[in-house]
Design a protein around this ligand. Sequence first.
Ligand code: HMG
Ligand code: MG
Length: 298
Amino acid sequence: NIPQKVTVKEVGPRDGLQNEQEMISTEDKVEWINQLSETGLSYIEISSFVHPKWVPQLGDALEVAKAIKRKKDITYAALVPNRKGLERALEANVDEVSIFMSASESHNKKNINKSIEETFPVLQEVVNEAKQEQKSVRGYLSTVFGCPYEGSVSIDNTLRVCHELFEMGIDELSIGDTIGVANPVQVEHVLKTMDKYFNKDHLALHFHNTHGTALANVLTALQLGYHTFDSALGGLGGCPYAKGASGNLATDDLLYMLQGMNVNTGIEHERLLDAGQFIQQKMNKSLPSHHMQILNKG
Ligand code: HMG
Ligand code: MG
C-alpha cells in the first residue's frame, strides 16, 4: 500500500543553508535554485524572511526571490515568522508562505522568542493576510519527535498545536523531526495517532538525519500512506536554534530509494546530482549525502 506518487519538497536553499556560517553569494544561491528548477522538482523553499540578525545567511531573501528564473509549474516558497516577514515575502512575490512554530515550549522560545501561546495570534495574522493576497500557507511544527532542550515531547502537545494551526487556515502542515532523533516505531505511533484527527493529504514529513534514521522513518510513513516529504539536496541543513540539529534527509538519497521502489516523483537523479556538485563547489566542502559521497569518490 505504498503510494505510487510522492511529492518531494526541496528545502535546501532554506533549511540547507540557514545554518552555514560561510556566507554564500546571492548569485550562487540564485544559480543553484535555477538548477534545482530544472530537475523536475515541483516545490522549492528558496529562503526565509526571518530577522536577518537571527539568520544572517538568508538576509538576501528578497534579492534571491527577485533574481531567480521561475517556472510556472513550480511552487517557490519561503519561511515567514511574523507580519514583518510577510511584508517582505509579499514584496518578493513568493507563491507560498511557510509559518513555523514548535511543539515544545523551550524550542519555540529559543527559535522565535515567544511562548507557544504568544505565537498563535502572530501566526494567525500572517495566515489571514497571506490568504487575502491569494497565497497558500504551509505550516511547520518542529520538535514533534524530540526537543533539544526538553527531551521527549508529549503527543498531546503536538495534537493541540496541530489543531490550532489547521484552525488558522493553513493548507498543509509539515511535521518536523528538527534534531533527527525519531525512529520508525515512534513515527508509526505519532502518525497513527494523527490519522485519527487529520487528513494525511494535508500532512508532510520533515525528517533530519542526525542519527541516520531519516530514510527508515520515510519508509514507515510511506507504509502508512503519507506521500509528501521535505528534504535537502546533499543532506545539507540544520536549525541554528536547535542544538544538535544536523543535516536534512538528503533529496538525492531519498530519490534513489523511491525510484528503486518504482515510486514516481518526476525528479531526475542526474540533474539533482549536478546541482549538488554545483553548490558543494561553491561552498567549498563536500556534502554529506550518500550519493554526493559516491560521486566525490569518483
Ligand atoms: P524578536 O526580536 O522577538 O522580534 O524576534 P520583534 O517582533 O520583537 O521585533 C524586533 C525588531 O526586529 C523590530 O525592529 C522588527 O521590525 C524587526 P525595530 O522596530 O526594533 O527596528 N523584525 C524583523 N525584521 C525583518 N524581518 C522580520 C522581522 N521580525 C521582526 N521577519 C523573530 C522574533 C521571529 C523575528 C526572530 O526570533 C527570528 O527571526 N527567528 C527566526 C529563527 C529561525 O529562522 N530559525 C530557523 C528556522 S525554523 C527551522 O529550521 C525548523 C524547520 O526546518 C522545521 C524543523 O526542522 O522542525 C522549519
Ligand atoms: Mg528543518
